[in-house]
Ligand binder design. Structure first.
Ligand SMILES: [Zn+2]
Length: 340
């Protein structure tokens, strides 16, 4: 590469701004993908300030409504609150509704909330998260509480909280960059563990994204980032298999950004097994990657599992870590501010 010395010189002269180093794209590992290569020799632009406390308060607010189980008063109140927040941030907000059969075969009403900022801008990312909470605590050690809904502070509210904070920052985006938001309903009402398992059980999850994929025929952004369980203390966001398969270039780019801005310990480079989440259905419309907390489990170092609070009553505000919110939020802010 003929510009290598020049790039090295630029790197030596790199300034530290706000404690964060500016790097050449050329220094990114995994720079084989087109998405990274295209930005060769370009420095990372600094984003607006991701306010961790603000994201935390957005999570707290959702939990305070009560479990956001579809059909409940808490669910309805939370929908209105999310829509009003997005409107106040200058987004054009729409609601997509319909029904989808749940695990009992009953038509489940769905409320997906989508919003866009600067719809004409070509440079943009779609950020998605589910906003419902699980109606069952079917992995809770206390059997007497397994049929009651969970707070879902991490499983649901954390993704929405981080995206709302990014949306709050949107009016500071450089000209030409836009942002889309998708809050998906009814991700987490899948068949409970006390029921006999069947091979097509994966279809009982992610009802909101299944409906969305059927209703949505075009996309504005080149790719989407799904957030799920992004707030727990000690989170590890490994490279989930379907994310790598469908949006590998974006995965490499985001994980490289995390490394460069000092959040690499949250984003290990390890590739792990695929999981059922909204991204597998969103992929029918737009290449989607999933940032999801999975850690080596009891079955050994190669078998990654969701954290111990998953689908239990321990998934409450006590598991939420501001350090984790900061790591994810800043990584995504840099990603958005530097989108191509
Ligand atoms: Zn869940």
């Amino acid at each position: 590469m003929k510009n290598k010395n020049k790039i090295a010189a630029i790197l030596l002269l790199t300034l530290f701004v706000g404690g964060i180093c500016l790097y050449s794209w050329n220094q990114f590992p995994n720079s084989k993908s087109n998405e990274v290569k295209k930005g060769d020799e370009k420095q990372l632009a600094n984003p607006a300030n991701f306010m961790t406390d603000s994201a935390y308060v957005y999570i707290e607010k959702q939990v305070a409504f009560g479990p956001r189980v579809p059909g409940s008063a808490a669910h309805a109140s939370c929908a209105e609150w999310m829509k009003s927040k997005l409107s106040s941030f200058g987004f054009d907000v729409k609601e997509q509704t319909g029904t989808w059969p749940n695990w009992q075969g009953i038509a489940q009403p769905i409320r997906n909330i989508s919003a866009s900022f600067r719809p004409q801008a070509k440079r943009r990312i779609l950020f998605a998260a589910h906003w419902d909470s699980r109606p069952y605590a079917d992995k809770d050690a206390d059997f007497s509480k397994q049929r009651t809904p969970i707070d879902g502070a991490n499983d649901g509210a954390s993704g929405v909280g981080i995206i709302l904070e990014l949306a709050r920052m949107a009016n500071q985006l450089p000209e030409g960059i836009g942002m889309d938001v998708l809050f998906l309903d009814a991700e987490d009402g899948g068949k409970p563990e006390w029921e006999p398992a069947a091979s097509d059980d994966y279809l009982t999850w992610c009802l909101g994204s299944q409906l969305w994929a059927k209703q949505t025929t075009s996309r504005a952004a080149r790719y989407a980032i799904l957030l799920d369980m992004v707030g727990a203390d000690g989170a590890k966001f490994n490279k989930e298999e379907y994310s790598v398969t469908n949006a590998g270039g974006a995965v490499d780019r985001i994980w490289a950004i995390a490394e460069k801005i000092g959040h690499g310990s949250y984003f290990p480079q390890q590739k792990i097994q695929g999981i059922v989440d909204d991204h597998i259905f969103m992929n029918q419309v737009i290449p989607t990657l999933d940032i999801v907390d999975m850690r080596p489990g009891a079955m050994g170092a190669q078998n990654f599992e969701f954290g111990s609070s998953h689908h239990t009553h321990s998934d409450n505000m006590s598991v939420i870590s501001k350090n984790t919110l900061k790591a994810v939020g800043e990584t995504l802010a840099y990603t958005l501010w530097n989108v191509e």
